[in-house]
Design a protein around this ligand. Structure first.
Ligand code: SME
Length: 153
């Protein structure tokens, strides 16, 4: 990931840049977004992709995004058409990965969510990379992110 992400002036600026770079450098990333937790709701802060999603607010527990929040874990789905908990944003999406952003105490405070038009696009390398990225963002903007106090977990 570009050094520019960690040199960005704020968490939001870094999140936006990360989404843009993910899409630009990794062709299987069709859409990338960062949701943050406000109480019981995930709110889309920044994203990059050809289309905007209607799901800019997602209740904790709903969809793959909400599942990652409740269980404070990454969620990887090879084929969203076979996953009943999936909430559709784009007709063309086939696979999805959601990786938690955690605070210093390890609590869930947000997530990186990526969609692909390819079936089974996300592998262990994507998971490891996005977990590393989430960790770096969280450490770099530790103070700014203290505002996101998890209401659960
Ligand atoms: N598919 C997600 C909703 C967010 S969009 O992919 C941008 C879900 O199931 O939670």
């Amino acid at each position: 990931m570009d050094r520019a992400v960690l040199d960005a002036p704020s968490f939001r600026a870094a999140a936006k840049l990360a989404c843009v770079i993910l899409r630009k450098e990794l062709s299987h990333y069709t859409w990338a977004g960062v949701y943050m937790l406000y109480g019981q709701e995930l709110v889309l802060e920044e994203w990059d992709g050809e289309h905007a999603t209607q799901h800019t607010k997602i209740r904790v527990g709903r969809g793959l995004c909400g599942l990652a929040a409740v269980e404070n874990r990454a969620v990887v789905v090879k084929d969203v058409r076979e996953e009943p908990r999936y909430v559709a944003c784009f007709q063309s999406t086939r696979s999805e990965i959601v990786v938690p952003v955690r605070n210093v105490q390890g609590k869930f405070i947000g997530e990186i969510d990526c969609d692909s038009d390819e079936i089974g696009a996300f592998h262990a390398t994507d998971l490891a990379f996005l977990e590393w990225l989430a960790d770096r963002l969280s450490q770099r903007w530790r103070r700014e992110l203290e505002a996101f106090a998890p209401a659960f977990s």
